[in-house]
Every structure is written in structure tokens, then in C-alpha cells.
Design a protein around this ligand. Structure first.
Ligand SMILES: [Cu+2]
Length: 273
């Protein structure tokens, strides 16, 4: 009976772990966080991977010792459980080891957090205001402001039409910004709590009514970076995406001119970018 139970346990364990192990090589890159397109985002990614591998190493050591003990010294082999307690050496060790590991992880993480918070000397500032359920962007240095709302047609949402490539992460007015410039983002809200998140920039900051949160970014590569509101803010929370378009400075200047001459809310796609 004991033998059968043990075999069954091993079979269950294999059934759970094997698909994970075999699938992990292919599944990891897609499910992992992006490396991103800013210095901070690459630091965040590096920290994430460092801490992930530290956790893997700890997991391997702990589970190997545990499984070895469970399998090698199982009762069906006639082993008797050891009845000991209090070991000062072991207790000191298991207090010091996690402390050292935590400090080793906290030092680089704190450096990155401090760097993320350094909003001094910006090249430009954008005030971002969350609304139920859209974003408002105010380019304080350029005197440009507009609302950015979801542009996915309702027919796609209600399955009357095939879903597009950027389903629910496309907007009428994109946030156009220059690359290689330090851009400070001031976050606030006009109603409830929202959260402005663009994974490729490693920027995720709450937009709180009556309060201004600051964060900054400097994008290295031109491109379109998509994100979403990540604070449940009501019925259409899933329908207020963020789209950032990073362009060369010259292209940005042209966009600014077009915005000024074309008035508020001019569609970027129509502006020819
Ligand atoms: Cu929301």
C-alpha cells in the first residue's frame, strides 16, 4: 500500500512538473517582462532576472534537499523520524543567509528606485490626467493638450467584426515624444484612481485625484509603445489604453507645429507620422 502511494505521488508530481519543464523553454520569452527601450527599463529587467535566478537557485537547493529526504528516508524503508529540536548553529545560519540574500537584492533594487525618482532637469514635461475612461495629455512646454481615447471599433468589441492587430491597445491621439530626451510625466486624475502603464518604458504610476505623482522616461529607440490603465477604475477600465509614439526630434518638432496649427485633438495618424 505504501509503495503504491509513493508511486502515485511520483506520477502526480511528474504529471504536473513535466509539462512545465518541457514548455518552459518556449513559453518563457513570451511570458517574461519586456527588456524595454529605456535605461531604467533595462535595469528593471536586469533586476527581475537576477532576482528570478536567485529564487530559482534557492528553490533548487530547498526542494532537492526536501525531495531527497522524503524519498530516501521514507517510512516504507523503515526509517524513523528524527526527534530533535534547538540547534543554535542552524538557527544562526538560517537567519543570516536570508538576511545576506535580501540585502544583496535590496542594494541594486534601491539604486534603481532612486534613479527612477530623479525627476530633476527634464527636457520636457507632460501632465497626464486620468478620466473615466480616457487619458488627457498636456504638453506643458509646448502648450499642446488633447484627449486620447480608444479607437478600437465597438463592432470588434462585440464580435461583429474580426479583431484587429492592436485590439484594445489603439487610440485616436497618440502621445508623441522625442527620443533621447528626459521627459517628466506628471500623473493625476480627474475622478477616480487610474494607473498609467507602458511596459516597454518600465513606467507604471498611479494617477490619483488631488495629487500629482512624478516619473520620468528617456526613450532610446523610435517606435510605438502600448500600455493600459492598470487600476480598476470602473466600467470601461479595459478601454482606456496608452499609446506612446517615440520619434526623432525633427519629426517631433513637425508634429508640434501641426498640433498647433491643426488645433486640439488632431489625429496623429492623419498628421502623417
Ligand atoms: Cu482603469
Amino acid at each position: 500500500m505504501a509503495r503504491w502511494k509513493f508511486d502515485q505521488a511520483v506520477a502526480w508530481l511528474a504529471a504536473i512538473l513535466l509539462p512545465l519543464l518541457s514548455g518552459s523553454a518556449a513559453a518563457l520569452p513570451a511570458s517574461n517582462m519586456p527588456r524595454g527601450v529605456t535605461e531604467i527599463s533595462r535595469e528593471v529587467y536586469g533586476l527581475h532576472m537576477l532576482i528570478f535566478w536567485i529564487c530559482v537557485a534557492i528553490g533548487v537547493v530547498v526542494f532537492s534537499a526536501m525531495l531527497y529526504s522524503i524519498i530516501r528516508h521514507r517510512r516504507s524503508r523503515g526509517y524513523k523520524a528524527a526527534q530533535f529540536h534547538e540547534s543554535t548553529t542552524v538557527e544562526i545560519l538560517w537567519t543570516i543567509a536570508p538576511f545576506v540574500i535580501l540585502v544583496a537584492m535590496a542594494i541594486p533594487a534601491t539604486n534603481t528606485l532612486i534613479a527612477m525618482d530623479d525627476t530633476s532637469d527634464p527636457d520636457m514635461t507632460i501632465k497626464i490626467t486620468g478620466y473615466q475612461w480616457k487619458w488627457h495629455y498636456d504638453y506643458l512646454d509646448h502648450k499642446i493638450d488633447f484627449f486620447s481615447t480608444l479607437s478600437t471599433p465597438r463592432s470588434q468589441i462585440f464580435n461583429q467584426e474580426a479583431k484587429g492587430e492592436n485590439y484594445l491597445v489603439e487610440v485616436d491621439n497618440e502621445v508623441v515624444v522625442p527620443i533621447d530626451k528626459k521627459i517628466v510625466l506628471l500623473m493625476t486624475s480627474n475622478d477616480v484612481i487610474h494607473s498609467w502603464w507602458v511596459p516597454e518604458l518600465a513606467v507604471k504610476r498611479d494617477a490619483l485625484p488631488g495629487f500629482i505623482n512624478q516619473v520620468w522616461t528617456r526613450i532610446d529607440e523610435p517606435g510605438v509603445y502600448r500600455g493600459q490603465c492598470t487600476e480598476l477604475c470602473g466600467r470601461d477600465h479595459g478601454f482606456m489604453p496608452v499609446v506612446v509614439r517615440a520619434v526623432e526630434q525633427a519629426e517631433f518638432d513637425k508634429w508640434v507645429q501641426r498640433q498647433k496649427s491643426g488645433g486640439q485633438g488632431q489625429q496623429v495618424s492623419q498628421a502623417g507620422l
